[in-house]
Design a binder for this molecule. Structure first.
Ligand code: NAP
Length: 255
């Protein structure tokens, strides 16, 4: 059986990834501050096992315990029922939005904790808890085009996504060229989620690129979360995407 740990699964892209995983009949652990009843229904229809962890990723100190508990509940690193384990670091926030000169300590520290510190600790705890596992392991870090393209008003977001990509490359380098573990970063395209709704609500003084995103929505060019989720999972298993790669599904699959 496949084991998935998916963060930011209460809505948007993470919800769609969790739904795909459940439809495969996998063992799925989701991690968000809020649970999602739709996922319980999908799990029940698919006969899949789901545990929803209501967890704030700002609580970084508790991440090792969370991951150890999940791996133990799946039979430990020697869990004979597990054929493959995948951590999808999808949770992310865009705020604070606006010029760097207006940033405040509280907003900055929440942003970095969710987008970066939490993701780093989840990766560390997952690799550590499964270090003696016989099954293959994959870490998928959800990135963004903003990792490489600067946008006015997205200082923290562009910076944390760029850091996620470098963290992915370093972790892959450390883990070495072993076929049993892959660490990749995947940019999912522009996806029709609450994050996009927030972008369209943001005044142009704070985000001057807003009209481009309004136009993408109005011209029907936002990706459906279910389609984006399938492409992310396709990249996660695509042998062309080597460990340490940072890919964009739009370039990879021409979507
Ligand atoms: P979204 O609709 O805003 O959903 C964000 C998810 O992150 C929610 O499930 C939320 O759950 C979770 N989250 C936020 N703060 C959290 C916290 N403190 N602890 C735990 N979970 C937390 O965003 P999305 O558009 O689906 O984005 C998903 C990922 O794709 C993000 O990494 C984003 O940067 C990336 N991405 C999105 C787009 C796009 O166009 N949408 C483009 C490129 C990259 P709770 O509120 O329940 O905690």
């Amino acid at each position: 059986m496949r084991l998935y740990i998916i963060t930011g699964s209460s809505r948007g892209l993470g919800l769609a990834i969790a739904q795909r995983a459940l439809e495969e009949g996998a063992l799925v652990h989701t991690v968000s501050r809020h649970r999602n009843d739709e996922l319980d229904r999908t799990a029940s229809d698919a006969g899949a096992q789901l545990t929803q962890h209501e967890f704030d990723l700002q609580d970084v100190e508790r991440i090792p315990g969370l991951i150890d508990g999940i791996i133990s509940s799946a039979g430990g690193p020697g869990g004979s029922a597990v054929e493959e384990a995948m951590l999808v670091n999808n949770a992310g926030v865009l705020e604070p939005l606006g010029p760097v000169r207006e940033l405040s300590p509280a907003a900055l520290s929440t942003h970095v904790a969710v987008n970066l510190t939490g993701l780093m600790q989840l990766t560390a705890s997952f690799l550590s808890a499964t270090s003696t596992a016989a099954y293959p392991r994959t870490v998928v870090n959800i990135s963004s085009g903003a990792a490489t393209k600067p946008y006015k008003g997205w200082g923290p977001y562009c910076a944390t996504k760029a850091a996620v990509e470098m963290f992915t490359r370093v972790t892959a380098l450390e883990e070495g060229d072993r076929g049993d573990r892959r660490i990749i970063a995947v940019a999912p395209g522009v996806v029709d989620t609450d994050m996009q709704a927030l972008i369209r609500r943001t005044p142009e003084e704070k985000f001057p690129h807003r009209p481009k995103f309004v136009d993408l929505k109005e011209s029907g060019k936002l990706a459906d979360p279910a389609v984006a989720a399938s492409l992310v999972l396709r990249a996660a298993r695509d042998p062309v995407v080597e460990s340490g790669s940072c890919v964009d599904v739009r370039k990879l699959y021409g979507s």
